[in-house]
Design a binder for this molecule. Sequence first.
Ligand code: ADP
Ligand code: MG
Length: 277
Amino acid sequence: MRTTADQVPEPAIQVRGLAKSYGRLEVLRGVELDVARGTILALLGSNGAGKTTLVKILSTLLRADAGSATVNGFDVATQAAEVRESISLTGQFAAVDQVLSGRENLVMVARLRHLGNPGAIADDLLDRFSLGEAGARRVSTYSGGMRRRLDISMSLVGNPRVIFLDEPTAGLDPEARVEVWQAVRGLAEQGTTVLLTTQYLEEAEQLADRIAILHRGCILVNGTLTELRRLLPPATVEYVEKQPTLEEVFLAVVGHRGQDVPTEMHPASAPAGEEKA
Ligand SMILES: Nc1ncnc2c1ncn2[C@@H]1O[C@H](COP(=O)(O)OP(=O)(O)O)[C@@H](O)[C@H]1O
Ligand SMILES: [Mg+2]
């Protein structure tokens, strides 16, 4: 079961006024974000919006210029070691060793993390990610979706409570994408908090409990799909009421050509704990 905000008062991820520039390029300009434990948040943004920059700051790979962030209650700036122990980060490019089998990859990671009984850990994860039969085969024989699933399973060795997935399905075909979605859903069902970045709006629709849109350095909107849809009036076609798609909401919020956002699109902070429709 997923935990709700009222059971656990402290969010797994809390970001306040976070700012980061590269030279004169202001990438993050006061990011505010909460992610409740055991939920999936999709961070949407165009290419170059600053998604990876935010994930790097939250996973302590990069320091913010201003503002603060906690992950699992630990401050990313002053308690980096504790943050690292309780998270994992999976990048866009699979970090698996092609020559080894899936199982050997997992055993290797468990050994590197000095965990007892690496074989059992590997078998459990192979099972969870439906890779049991493929476990003994070299990764070079895996499909793209299998590789990415193995990559995600490797990041779960040691049971991190928060996992960052930076564009986990970039470059995958639709079938492989669905496989990865199933794996990510399984994570949240086990209580892991997932922050995933994506440029695919359908991915956010399919997976996320909440969706946050990062644009021009700030989180423009943050809500459930239902809440985001409410930002736009439903388009009516004859007798059928059509819900706006996330794509329509996204384009309305960030502007079709990146022009300024209409002020009425900035919602008041959305109510917490509401379930996705
Ligand atoms: N190390 C860096 N030095 C200078 N500019 C960078 C660096 N990393 C990222 N950028 C720039 O910061 C912006 C945000 O990058 P990034 O966080 O990777 O965006 P996203 O992941 O949303 O595509 C982009 O314009 C990118 O070119
Ligand atoms: Mg990126």
